[in-house]
Design a protein around this ligand. Structure first.
Ligand code: CO
Length: 235
């Protein structure tokens, strides 16, 4: 691809703004007044994985956080602040962690070479590998890379659910579901990894900030009776 200059960016931007304005004259006025996205997207910083375009959504419809290899680390105040603002203030209803096949960060985590500071960040993906190591027996490099892209998403979905932010939202009765998707660069298709989590009962006990009893206490009485009859529902 030829190198592009910053002048080209400004020219593109003019054309883009004019095209949108001619289709929807009020677009920028409405956009400037408020944002009320239903989705928070946590995805890879990879230049080939743009959140809005993939989901067919316009500016204002998705709140976005991106970092190398879509990692959610318990002490990353950048990511935590994005999640907190999205959940508490914007009241998004879905948090979507999206990985992508062919992720350079994930591939690097499977290797034993040094690229500098980023090696420390990619340690988190090596942790994912170690947690699920036996699943990698007998896989070739490409298969291992694809599997680690998928497992990384599943583990990061769990990390989102373990935050105080998401658990507090569930405790308040706020509707919030965390999803894990993986995107294929080859055909542009998003795949659902079926790791949707929408309540405290679906996360491991060790990470829960509220006991089953706390959660039961805030349920309507008919639901409490129902659950008492089938105690396995809240594990
Ligand atoms: Co990537």
């Amino acid at each position: 691809m030829p190198h592009r200059s910053l002048e080209a960016i400004f020219a593109n931007n003019q054309r883009w703004a004019e095209a949108i304005k001619s289709e929807q004259p009020d677009f920028f006025k409405t956009l400037a007044e408020q944002q009320s996205p239903d989705f928070l997207w946590i995805g890879c910083a990879d230049s080939r994985v743009p959140a809005n375009e993939i989901m067919g959504l316009l500016p204002g419809e998705v709140f976005v956080h991106r970092n190398v290899a879509n990692v959610v680390v318990h002490t990353d105040f950048n990511c935590l602040s994005v999640i907190q603002y999205a959940v508490d203030v914007l009241k998004v209803r879905h948090i979507i962690v999206t990985g992508h096949y062919g992720c350079g960060g994930v591939r690097a985590a499977l290797e034993n070479r040094s690229m500098g500071l980023i090696d420390n960040w990619l340690r988190h993906i090596k942790d994912v590998y170690i947690h699920h190591q036996r699943l990698f027996d007998h896989l070739d490099t490409e298969e291992a890379c694809d599997l680690l892209c998928e497992l990384n998403v599943c583990d990061q979905v769990a990390h989102v659910c373990h935050t105080t932010i998401v658990q507090d939202a569930w405790k308040r009765g706020q509707h919030l579901t965390v999803h894990g998707l993986v995107y294929s660069l080859e055909d542009g298709i998003l795949h659902d990894l079926a790791v949707n989590v929408s309540g405290m009962a679906e996360i491991s006990t060790i990470y829960r900030m509220y006991s089953d009893q706390d959660m039961l206490d805030r349920l309507p009485s008919h639901r409490r009776r129902q659950l008492r009859d089938s105690p396995d529902t809240l594990r």
